[in-house]
Design a protein around this ligand. Sequence first.
Ligand SMILES: *Cc1c(COP(=O)(O)O)cnc(C)c1O
Length: 364
Amino acid sequence: MSYERNNIRDMQGYSWGEQPRQSRVIKLNTNENPYPPAPEVAQALTDVNVAELRRYPPPFADDFREVAADLHGVSQNNIMATNGGDELLRLIITTFADAGDTIAMAEPSYSLYPVLAAVQNCKMQRIPLNDDWGLPQDFADQLNASGARIAFIVNPHAPTGRLLSAPELAQIAETFQGVLVIDEAYVDFISPDISYNAVPLVKQLDNVILLRTMSKGYSLAGLRFAYGIASESLLAPMLFKTRDSYNTDLISQRLATAALKSQAYARECWQRVRDERSRLASALSDLGFDVLPSHSNFLLVTWAARQVGGELLDANALYQALKAQGILVRYFAQPRLQDKLRITVGTQEENNTLLQAIRGLAGQ
Ligand SMILES: *Cc1c(COP(=O)(O)O)cnc(C)c1O
């Protein structure tokens, strides 16, 4: 006997990037930050008095909201804290789309979107990216024609690392008649030389929500803390109705607040990631990969299949061979990506080990 709703029975769950138990693996497959969280985060954890856990946490994570509002130059009412970015995505879908409604996304992008849409029994309209991985010129018109209630854009884009400008995003949001989610999970890795800032959009447009997460830029994927930035009217139904009453716990609130306050430390880590990103990109390009320019903490690289020692070494075989050596990168067995690997930028030492392994496998 199955008790699930029909759409739950028929849907596929999310497939995680491998999360091995052993720590000796070089893990370049799920875009985690290679550097530890700020020392202030460790201090905040030490400062937690277990006796405080007797009480419920602040329901709106107001200390965190205050720091985030200051950082972004918005009001506290423009910030909502969530249990990871994934909770924010789920809240957006369950708050703004009915069963049977259409949700839209650029394809390829974050594979959790279709899963969350299926849970809500929504239809997913996938709009293919151009050959250069840019959005089609008429993207907003396509969204409106599909009747989408919600559309997702990842910026910088995953898995390609490509960046849309804030004016381009504004144009889409102005035309689109639904809620535009700009998923900025990787925004911290954009070079400061590029003056990208989409936050002002939420002051002008009531249908835009930005997703920010502590998982990538602040090295806190294990904590589960993220936040949305949007107009007060867009956040209100989620803040006051659809969210769990205490959706973020006390310890997470304290640690996330400490991390967000430690801007100097975070900026230093981002710069180290960017330095390694360019070094890794040119080394991979020297090894024969076609490397896409990336504004994120990963590189999408194309590997032309070739014969090595009498065997065909294609991207999948290369992924498997690296895995056998304890180096995990991401391989997507899907159209347009099956000749590519997505490689998270690691520490200098991790990247060198990866490069050495590829040289060995490719017989160079
Ligand atoms: C990592 C990521 C998120 C959010 O992750 P959380 O760990 O749940 O905060 C959202 N979107 C994309 C595209 C991501 O890569």
